[in-house]
Design a protein around this ligand. Structure first.
Ligand SMILES: [Zn+2]
Length: 327
């Protein structure tokens, strides 16, 4: 028995009549046939769909892919531009630190603050869900660091601008000459730093600079200021301290006579006393200290007004090589 169909009708072969008889399908059979056709169609559609989406982009996908690629390129360009900004900023930071701050004698900004990092690893967590998180996080992080460093730098320059405005006054006040007449640099006894103590014979920190000179030699105030101490001080003998403002003080020790009283205004080059041998001293000399914001500093850094660079070099050499302090 064979069943075959032509378009919408079904026929069955009847051996008795030797002919094909038309068969009328029941409703159930019709539904079955319809379902079978439908499911075949769905299977074919699914196969085609997956084949196409696997190998071909939809116009929207193609567009997105293009945009994504473009954005990635832009991020890379941005990253390169930021690197350029970093190197420019770095130059400004160097100049700020080594030139401007040195000229104005301003405390340096610690590296840790200058190179301000951005803390917190989970700061960029919200970006980690992106398709290319590494590039975006690295670029965002770079941008944040740049922003913070620029903030520090702009504050620093603002501070320097304000200092610049009072610079004329500062230049008059900051110690900038030698405390006694010493054009030939013959008077240096010993410089600042670790030295063998002349009396105790042990290495001891020498907090100032010694100028050997005959008793009675004039001692000058090295910058404008106000006398804040004048009298006898242990070890220092007859001694004067001048406050120059801007965080600077100078001290003059072992005098034979002080010639300025407390509260007196003094100007640079004015005689405030005379060389002596008072206090803990091994011979007539002036012990001279520069104190910056409460801490001793090397006085040889503060003679820039009466020494040429060559003379300055020579003085450093003399102070280094002459080990004998007079305290
Ligand atoms: Zn000394």
């Amino acid at each position: 028995m064979g069943l075959f169909k032509s378009r919408k009708s079904y026929y069955i072969y009847d051996p008795n009549t030797l002919s094909y008889e038309r068969v009328y399908l029941s409703f159930k059979d019709r539904v079955f046939v319809a379902v079978r056709h439908l499911s075949m169609g769905i299977v074919i559609a699914v196969v085609i769909y997956f084949t196409f989406t696997r190998f071909f982009d939809s116009p929207m996908e193609a567009q997105l892919r293009k945009e994504n690629h473009l954005l990635q390129t832009q991020y890379e360009v941005l990253s390169l531009r930021m690197n350029e900004s970093f190197s420019i900023l770095n130059e400004i930071q160097q100049r700020d630190e080594n030139l401007y701050r040195a000229i104005f004698q301003v405390e340096s900004i610690p590296e840790a603050i200058r190179k301000a990092g951005v803390g917190g690893a989970n700061r960029y967590e919200h970006l980690m869900t992106l398709s290319n998180p590494d590039l975006v996080v690295a670029t965002t992080q770079k941008m944040d660091i740049l922003k913070r460093q620029l903030y520090v730098q702009s504050n620093s320059l603002e501070e320097l601008v304000n200092i610049g405005k009072t610079q004329e006054e500062r230049l008059k006040c900051i110690p900038a000459i030698q405390p006694i007449a010493n054009k030939e640099l013959k008077r240096m006894a010993s410089g600042y730093g670790m030295r063998i103590h002349p009396i105790y014979r042990i290495p001891k920190f020498h907090s100032g600079m010694d100028f050997s000179a005959p008793i009675g030699t004039d001692i000058y105030a090295t910058g404008n200021g106000v006398v804040v101490f004048s009298g006898w001080k242990q070890n220092y003998g007859i001694c004067i301290t001048v406050d120059h403002g801007f965080g600077y003080q100078t001290l003059y020790g072992h005098m034979s006579k002080a010639d300025a009283r407390v509260g007196q205004k003094v100007t640079r080059g004015e005689v405030i006393g005379y060389v002596g041998n008072t206090g803990l001293s091994t011979g007539p000399h002036l012990h001279y200290e520069v104190i910056v914001r409460g801490r001793h500093d090397d006085p040889s850094k503060y003679y820039f007004m009466d020494l040429s660079p060559e003379e300055y070099e020579q003085m450093i050499q003399l102070a280094e090589n002459h080990g004998q302090v007079m305290d």
